[in-house]
Write a protein of this length. Structure first.
Length: 336
C-alpha cells in the first residue's frame, strides 16, 4: 500500500492514477486546503479501481501514524504542501509551518511505524538563478523565495535523516514546470482564483474567463525576449514517481531532476496553445515579475540513466490535454 500525501491535488491525482493503473494499492491523504475530493472520485472511475481516501493533515502526527498502521503502508509519496511563490513571501511562516513542520511530523510518524521509504516533491526552484544551463543536479542551490527555501530545507533534512539512519530509502524529485492533464480530460489542474502560472492562465484566456494574458517581460536575454521554462506533461511526471518507487530497493538518497530538457518561451507556449485550441490568446506586455529568471531548463540525463525514465509528450500535447480539461470543466471540479 502506497500513501500519497496531497493525493487530491493536481499532481497527486495523476500520481494516484499512475499507481492504480500499475496495479498498486493507494491511500490518498489530503486536507483539501487546495483541492477537491472529486478528483479522486474521477481517478477511481477512470481506472476502474478504488483507493482509500483519508481527510487528514500532515501536521497531525497521530493521524498519520494511525493511517500508516491501519492501511499497512510500505512507502510514502509526499506531495502535500503549499506552493504559491508570491504568497510564500506574504505568509512565510505559514509555508514553513505547513511544508517544513508538516514534513517533520510525517517523518516522525513514519519512523514510529517503521516505514522508511519516502519520495519527496521538490522543485527546480531550489536552484535559484542559473549559473549554467541546462541545470543538472550538481548545480549550486540558492532558492530566491520562502517557498523554494521550504523545499531546500526539507531536502537537507532528508539527507541528515539518512546520515543518522542508513535504512531510509529516499527519493528527492526536482520537478520543472508541470502542465497538461490526463488525456481523458477528466482530471487536471483546478486553481483557486486567478491562476499564477502561465499555462492555466492561458487556458482561462482561451475559454474567456480572463480577458488577456500579461506577459511578464519581453526584454530578457532570450531569442524572443520572453522567459524560457522546461514544461513537462503531468502524466510523464507521474510516471517518474512510479519509476523511482521501483528503483528505491536499496537504502540511500536519490536526487533527480524531472524535466524534458527542452526550453520554451512564453510566446511559443501562446502560439502552441492557439494552434491546438483554435482560440486566440490576446496578450499585452507587462513588467518583469519579481524573482523570475530568464531561462530555466533541466538536464534530465541522470533520471534517464538511473531510472530508464524520460518524458515522451510534446508541448503541443501538453497544451492540447490542458485545453481538453479546461473545455470539459470550465469551473474545474466545482462544477461537479
Ligand atoms: P496542489 O496544491 O494541487 O496539491 C497539493 C495538495 O496538498 C493539495 O491537494 C492540498 O490540499 C494538499 N495539502 C496542502 N497542505 C496540506 C497539509 N498540511 N496536509 C494535507 N494536505 C495538504 O499542488 P501540486 O501542483 O499538485 O503540487 C504537489 C507538490 O509538488 C507540492 O509539494 C508542490 O510544492 C510540488 N511542486 C509543484 C510544482 C507545480 O508547478 N505544480 C512544481 C514543483 C513542485
Ligand atoms: N508568465 C507570464 N504571465 C503570467 C504568468 C507567467 O508571462 O501571467 C511567465 C513567467 O514570467 C515565466 C513563465 O511564464 O517566464 C512561466 O511562469 P510560471 O509561473 O508558469 O512558472 P515559474 O515561473 O514558476 O517557472
Amino acid at each position: 500500500m502506497i500513501l500519497v500525501t496531497g493525493g487530491a491535488g493536481y499532481i497527486g491525482s495523476h500520481v494516484c492514477m499512475a499507481l492504480l493503473d500499475a496495479g498498486l494499492d493507494v491511500v490518498a491523504l489530503d486536507n483539501l486546503s487546495n483541492s477537491n475530493q472529486a478528483s479522486l472520485q474521477r481517478v477511481q472511475s477512470l481506472c476502474g479501481r478504488s483507493l482509500v481516501f483519508r481527510h487528514a493533515d500532515i501536521r497531525n502526527e497521530e493521524a498519520i501514524y494511525d493511517i500508516l498502521r491501519a492501511c499497512g503502508v510500505s512507502a510514502v509519496i509526499h506531495l502535500a504542501g503549499l506552493k504559491a511563490v508570491g504568497d510564500s513571501s506574504v505568509r512565510p511562516m505559514t509555508y514553513y509551518e505547513n511544508n517544513v513542520l508538516g514534513t517533520m511530523r510525517l517523518i516522525s510518524a513514519m519512523r514510529k511505524a517503521h516505514v522508511k521509504t519516502l519520495v519527496f516533491s521538490s522543485s527546480a526552484t531550489v536552484y535559484g538563478v542559473p549559473t549554467y544551463l541546462p541545470l543538472d543536479e550538481q548545480h549550486p542551490l540558492g532558492p530566491t523565495n520562502p517557498y523554494g527555501r521550504t523545499k531546500l530545507f526539507i531536502e537537507e533534512m532528508l539527507k541528515d535523516l539518512y546520515r543518522s539512519d542508513d535504512e531510509w530509502r529516499l527519493g528527492i524529485l526536482r520537478y520543472f514546470n508541470p502542465v497538461g492533464a490526463h488525456e481523458s480530460g477528466l482530471i487536471g489542474e483546478d486553481p483557486v482564483g486567478v491562476p499564477n502560472n502561465l499555462v492555466p492562465f492561458v487556458a482561462q484566456v482561451a475559454i474567456g474567463k480572463q480577458e488577456k494574458l500579461k506577459i511578464c517581460g519581453n526584454d530578457y536575454d532570450t531569442p524572443d525576449g520572453t522567459g524560457i521554462r522546461d514544461y513537462i506533461h503531468v502524466v510523464d511526471l507521474a510516471s517518474g514517481h512510479l519509476s523511482v518507487l521501483s528503483h528505491l530497493k536499496q537504502p540511500g538518497v536519490l536526487t533527480l531532476n524531472l524535466g524534458t530538457g527542452n526550453g520554451n518561451s512564453v510566446l511559443e507556449v501562446i502560439r502552441t496553445f492557439e494552434a491546438v485550441s483554435g482560440r486566440p490568446i490576446p496578450y499585452e506586455i507587462g513588467e518583469r515579475r519579481a524573482g523570475d529568471v530568464a531561462i530555466c531548463y533541466a538536464d534530465p540525463t541522470l533520471a534517464g540513466e538511473t531510472l530508464g525514465w524520460q518524458s515522451t509528450r510534446s508541448l503541443a500535447q501538453m497544451c492540447a490535454d490542458h485545453w481538453r480539461w479546461q473545455l470539459n470543466n470550465p469551473c474545474g471540479y466545482r462544477g461537479t
